[in-house]
Write a protein of this length. Structure first.
Length: 94
């Protein structure tokens, strides 16, 4: 997978995988992602395997799960992300 720097696409502190490319916000994060055995790179690689080259289906399913858990937003700001089944699988397999 390619890793690119894009400060407009990524919020501060986040890494995003879009269509098989990892986007990071700054050079510091870029250096952390490309080092050997990086947990960030591994996490994003798991998302690529989950998508299995069916990116549209993956993103629709990802958004659906996020919206499904949106009511937990009142409990914790990151709850919809943390309880997302695809994220749970990615964190478990890091």
């Amino acid at each position: 997978m390619k890793v690119k720097i894009n400060k407009w696409l990524c919020p501060h502190g986040y890494v995003i995988t879009l269509f098989g490319t990892i986007y990071v916000r700054d050079k510091k994060t870029y250096e952390r992602v490309i080092q050997p055995y990086s947990y960030i790179y591994n996490h994003e690689s798991i998302h690529e395997k989950q998508a299995n080259h069916q990116w549209l289906k993956f993103y629709l399913l990802y958004i659906w799960y996020y919206v499904k858990h949106l009511h937990w937003l009142f409990i914790n700001k990151k709850a919809p992300y943390l309880f997302h089944p695809m994220e749970i699988e990615a964190y478990y397999n890091e």
